[in-house]
Write a protein that binds this ligand. Structure first.
Ligand SMILES: [Mg+2]
Length: 403
């Protein structure tokens, strides 16, 4: 579910105070170079270079802002739930754990383990071309405090490489494409960064599949295809990232990540009492950019172009590029852990013949039909898939131009 700013353009008020108990006073520092050409008005943004706000005059954060409260509630809902006793009190840690285990078991009734169901799933896969789509953070790598250190293990990399040897394989991530590539470092994959707004992959895969699309050479001279449906938004995303970096400076732990067509605001290292002030600053910036929209992830808010494009559309685009969009003998498999992966789960569920798999250690509302607990189970699933494929060479259907 995405939140889109429906407001008329309102210029950010650099003098707006914000604070909250436990959250230090703000000192907004906004460069005059951030003057925007995008707000739909001829008015020019001119900010003073640095506006220190005396702590005495700071008022409490406006947490009555319904839009901001909605974002925070939805973000908190992504975190493991706290269980209360029948009397309304919070349970002790052991009882909390037992309640979470019971809830997860019940949830698994509706979203069975893709590993436990593997043999049954593969009965459906017989004779079909499997195409593998993988989210990165929380799926191939563990969720870590510092997003710059979300490394995947060498064993996971080797496993994904093997998967790509047998099946067309794509990474679909909210991160910038280059950043995901730096983490994964496998040239044989397709990469859809910025929630699929920046797609690139080999023109001809090691598994024999050829992709159609705009062709170019990558830095190493390899022929690639690429697709960037939101390219006109690039200068705007640079501008928004700079604004947010300036505004987030005074909030300890806040991290702004430029993911090319998506700016990610990380809350993971921010104390919960500072979430409101940070979210308010995001809202202030977003108000000036009606062409952008806000989406939620696991302890992140993300700003991206408000175009009809998401991970689901990226999956459909890649299937079409590979000549695998309409055929009955294709079986896409999508693994992801995040709210933004739900668009892909829905797209695949609509298609009918597909496996949508949520990676989660807690029960949560999802469109995915199946589940895996964590990246280690993802690795076991992928290794099992490779072994299955090696045992069923006849199950591979041919690339479109050879049918
Ligand atoms: Mg993820």
């Amino acid at each position: 579910m995405a939140w889109r700013s429906n407001h008329q353009a309102v210029y950010p008020d650099p003098s707006l105070p914000f604070s909250s108990p436990g959250c230090p006073s703000a000192s907004l520092s906004i460069s005059s170079t951030t003057a925007s050409s995008y707000p739909p008005s001829s008015r020019t943004l001119t900010f003073s270079k640095s506006i220190p706000i005396p702590s005495k005059k700071i008022e409490a954060c406006n947490t009555q802002n319904k839009e901001v409260l909605g974002w925070l509630d939805a973000m908190k809902a992504q975190s493991p739930p706290r269980f209360e006793s029948y009397m309304g009190g919070v349970l002790d840690p052991k009882a909390q754990e037992a309640a979470a285990v019971a809830q997860y078991s019940a949830w698994r009734e509706n979203h069975p383990s893709a590993l436990e169901m593997f043999d049954e799933l593969m009965e459906e896969a017989a004779g079909k071309q499997i195409v593998v789509f993988l989210d990165y953070d929380g799926t191939l790598s563990p969720i870590v405090e510092d997003p710059d250190r979300a490394y995947m293990s060498d064993l996971m990399r080797a496993t994904v490489k093997e998967v790509a040897t047998h099946f067309p394989t794509a990474i679909i991530s909210g991160r910038g494409r280059e950043k995901v590539y730096d983490f994964v470092q496998l040239a044989e994959l397709y990469y859809a960064g910025s929630h699929g707004m920046d797609i690139m992959g080999p023109a001809e895969g090691c598994n024999g599949f050829k992709a159609t699309g705009t062709r170019a050479k990558d830095k190493k001279g390899n022929e690639v295809v690429f697709f960037q449906p939101a390219s006109k938004f690039l200068p705007m995303m640079d501008e928004v990232c700079k604004l947010l970096e300036d505004k987030a400076q005074s909030i300890p732990g806040a991290k702004i990540e430029h993911n090319k067509y998506c700016v990610t605001i990380h809350f993971r290292r921010v104390k919960e009492e500072c979430w409101g002030p940070l979210a308010e600053q995001v809202e202030i910036v977003l108000k000036s950019y009606p062409e952008l929209q806000l989406t939620l992830g696991r302890k992140v808010l993300e700003i991206r172009p408000a175009i009809e494009w998401d991970k689901g559309k990226a999956v459909e685009f890649l299937l079409k590029s590979l000549g695998l969009e309409d055929v009955d003998d294709v079986l896409p498999v999508y693994l992801g852990d995040d709210r933004t992966d739900e668009d892909a789960f829905m797209a695949l569920n609509d298609r009918g013949k597909a496996f949508s798999i949520l990676v989660s250690t807690v029960a949560k509302s999802t469109n995915a039909l199946y589940s895996l607990r964590d990246p280690s189970e993802v690795m076991t699933f992928l290794q099992t898939l490779v072994r299955w494929r090696e045992g069923h060479p006849q199950s591979l259907c041919k690339p479109a131009d050879e049918r």
